[in-house]
Design a protein around this ligand. Sequence first.
Ligand code: WTA
Length: 645
Amino acid sequence: MKIFPNPEFVKNAYFKSFSEYKELYNYSMNHFEEFWANQAQENLTFFEDFTQVLDEKYFPKLEWFKGWKVNICYEAVDKNLKKNADKIALIFEWERWDSQKITYKELAENVGKSANLLKSLWIVKWSRVIFYMPQILESVYLMLACLRLWAIHSIVFWGFSAESLKDRIEDLKADFLITADWAFRKWKPYLLKNIADEALEKSSHEVKKVLLVKRNFEEINISKNDVIYNDLIKSQSEICDFEKLDSEDTSFILYTSGSTGKPKWIIHSTAGYALWAKLTTKWVFDLQENDIFFSTADIWWITGHTYTVYWPLLNGWTTLIYEWNPLFPKEDRIWEIIEKYKVSKFYTAPTLIRLLHKTGENLPKNFDLSSLKVLWSVWEPIDSETWDWYFETVGNKKASIADTYWQTETGGHIIAPFPFAIPMKKRSAGFPLPGICWEIVDKNWKKLWVEENWFFVISKPWPAMARWIWWDDEKFVKTYFSDIFREKKPLYFSGDGWFYDEDWYIFITGRVDDIVNISGHKIWIAEVEDIVDKDENIAECALVWIPDELTWEALFGFVVLKDKKNISNKDLLQKLNISLRKEIWPIVSLKNILITSELPKTRSGKIVRRVLRNLAKWKEIEGDLSTVENKEILWIIKEKIKNFN
Ligand code: WTA
């Protein structure tokens, strides 16, 4: 079913209709290089012109916009000074109520000083700088300062243990570490510096210096290798020249989130990454002059890089960054912030929407949320119960819901809806963005047509795609490029399953393992989860496939109950199967379920299905668990499964 967007917002939209979008899409496919050259020239400043749009000689290492000189920090900061000097660039909000607002002028001053400070420590071209920083303004200043000097930042989540931080320092052979004395969550300080010290002590690799941002809360250990940001910053000049980088110079290195296997360091380029961040903003987020953008993504995640920090600033927007737990100190904190700042565009993940729904179904009604125009989502398919609540209760049926699909490796959205131009369809992530040449193929890489469900591949490069995995070319090729060749080039394989319907709307079925084959019928697990989620007893569920003698594969469910209900696995299973048979198909049923108090999740809230798949098959808990927040639950589930009958 199609739901039409609010006509009030359509008149200023970038794409006002499907045909406008389709025209640009077709142009990008038929005049590939011309399209990219035009977009680049229109959107970024180049200090030296490019001589070639795309050089594929060393495929899969690509050179986009050869000869071009650019700087992301210049684009995000200096360029905004002409028109936007007094406009608010950053809003910082945290549990302690005393929020801060920073204009573009103040941002430029802070970034200039921070860059000079880094220079004074010999953080220069190609220095690799690990950030172990909370979500605070200084993190943003220092990220931009690194880009100004062409030092390469790698942000590590502040919640990671000393062991995980140590691994990353060693892996990257980091030159510098930037940390703070503490991070703050639920009114509790986390002593980051102490954890960083432990990591450095264990590490076989030594960093040259540790830059410490002091928030002055508790006394901490200062060692001779530490320098204190707050002391040094005072004497720095606000003026700092920026490096003119080649298009292909590395902008940053980031670990993948690890929900799909061992994390890998992904390398992103400069011009291609910045261009795509800017374009996706225009097309998908539909930038308007006075929009206030609030993304709940932390800076250590790719969504935090691209859409909390770089993209809003590249476009002269106002972006809200926060340091708090979304339900603390009150369960309506998010709605309060949206009302307080008149947020117009809100970006989050289904896991948080589900949590907000579960903990306070009617809380949004207590606030004036009429500033909201679009509610975005990313990271997982958004189930229909959550979609309905997001649309009806949060958006008051006026704001559009827009699900976006992308990966750390794609640099920015690749499939997304255009929220004002095109009617919404529940569960669809929308359309391929201009320049994304996609296909759906089967296991033999044969091209498939409408409504068939299989692998999603991209057959032409785009500028923001990851350039390589840190020191592992072979892994890069093996992980992302299929062994089928088109025009002598392999296809980029996202690892996700897809189908599209007769109106060209794309539906993501999840990682390819998220399709179950029951008696020859390929069933999209997310669709079954959608029905299970609707059951009145269930707060959350994750289904995985297990082998079955009769049907080849079958479904196993891990479920979390809404309240401490007294219902047995067996009774709940029976009840769920009745609804599944009725709502999907007689063939679809769950073979078994396990009631658990919680599901294993990554720090950004994504369910770690890879481990659940193994547990359901009675296998050992293995693989990299560094990104799993609540690891203990894995052993509890394992024990329960052992005693299962
Ligand atoms: C999944 C996050 C369904 C997908 C930006 C992808 C999604 C992985 C969606 C990348 C969506 C992302 N619907 N699944 N809208 N968006 N995914 O690298 O499996 O942290 O491959 O990047 O998340 O996760 P990553």
